[in-house]
Design a protein around this ligand. Structure first.
Ligand code: CU
Length: 184
């Protein structure tokens, strides 16, 4: 476990004690901070159970004019999960505009609308219109096809503004999260 927050990571990794969305979100800071925590703060996984949990906070910092998840955009944050993992996304809109989350094939990320959803259930509800500031949502999907995908905000114009990160579904290996140096 790479997390510098071992107590939270340990709690998230115990399948019998999967925390509710409210528990997780109540543990998160309420206000954007200038210095974003490391990406491992937002990700945990249970290797035996083949599950992973990713927290995405829209507009967490002012990076890219607020068009970021957890402070990262333009592909800077890269989530890696082996094929077959069930991925749960805990989403909160901490920004000033409606935002959403949608996983689409990487090659489709620069569409301006109508992004295909890469896996059944891999989008927040009403992703085109987005969720209002302050809203929380959660959803899960099975990452059952190896490949590279983009995690985007599907509200018009937001992906173009940089509001996208990367999901890699790997053939085997371990789940982990990283940040590509030199990007937001
Ligand atoms: Cu958005």
């Amino acid at each position: 476990m790479l997390s510098p927050y071992p107590r939270r990571a340990a709690r998230l990794s115990i399948p019998a004690l999967v925390p509710t969305l409210a528990m997780v979100l109540s543990a998160l800071p309420l206000h954007a901070s200038a210095a974003a925590p490391p990406p491992s703060h937002w990700f945990s996984a249970n290797i035996g159970g083949r599950t992973a949990t990713l927290t995405l906070i829209a507009g967490y910092t002012n990076a890219l004019g607020g068009f970021n998840f957890d402070g990262y955009g333009k592909g800077a944050m890269v989530v890696n999960v082996p094929s077959g993992y069930r991925v749960t996304i805990l989403y909160r809109n901490n920004g000033q505009y409606p935002h959403s989350v949608l996983v689409t094939p990487y090659a489709k990320k620069d569409l301006v609308t109508g992004w295909p959803v890469a896996f059944r259930g891999a989008a927040s509800s009403d992703a085109t219109d987005g969720a209002s500031p302050g809203a929380t949502q959660h959803f899960s999907f099975v990452a059952d096809r190896v490949g590279t995908y983009a995690i985007i905000c599907a509200v018009a114009g937001h992906e173009q503004a940089g509001m996208w990160d990367v999901l890699r579904v790997t053939r085997g290996g371990k789940p982990f999260i990283t940040v590509v140096a030199g990007r937001h």
